[in-house]
Design a protein around this ligand. Sequence first.
Ligand SMILES: [Zn+2]
Length: 236
Amino acid sequence: MTEPSSVIQQPIIGYHRDEEGHWVAQLACGHNQHVRHDPPLVRREWVTTSAGRESMLGFHLGCKKCTEGAPADDRPYFASLLSKMPAGTFAEMTAEEWRIINDPMLRGDSAAFIERLADLGKPGVQPMLEILRHSVQTIPEWHKRRQVVLAVCRGLARLGPDAGEALPLVQSHFEQKRCPITNSANDALAWRIAMARMGLPIEKLPHPSSWKEPAIAKMKSRVSRRVAKYDPDAGL
Ligand SMILES: [Zn+2]
């Protein structure tokens, strides 16, 4: 047994869940470590709430993998997404993109990569929807989910009518009471532009049932104007 004091200490920089839903801390060294709350063996009340997890960011854990000189762990979140992509999805990826996908340190650039799926045309739609579904299910904190969700939004807008098959899923997420894909009026505007680009008639754009006619008319004309001058490289 190694004495705890000889184990290299590393700060927590983030979290994800494993396939069974257990919390895993991501350490600055690139190693992952389970931080299960498993009474009576380990009591880690903090891991059970998002406030608790936030409060432990920067806290040092002993990293046996560092002590053993193990290579960095893959971030299972991206690994699991990539494993679900249909065969051929990356047939035309550039060397640069493969480098980003394969290098855990570069995956912070994943939002650009997700949007880039639009360049595949229709075959890019299902992978983007899978990413959207997966992020809604597995990233509880909006500030972390946001960049993934909005990258999908921009990617679908870029595809326009070719992404029409995505409309039912997008609409059902958008119209949920506690909407998992928006957190501000700007997010909602971006999604409405994307839905209009995908082929949803302006007349049918969703809005809260409490909205009065002037607000609805204003929203529709705003979306129409933005769709008319849509520029894929200017974002949403
Ligand atoms: Zn480590």
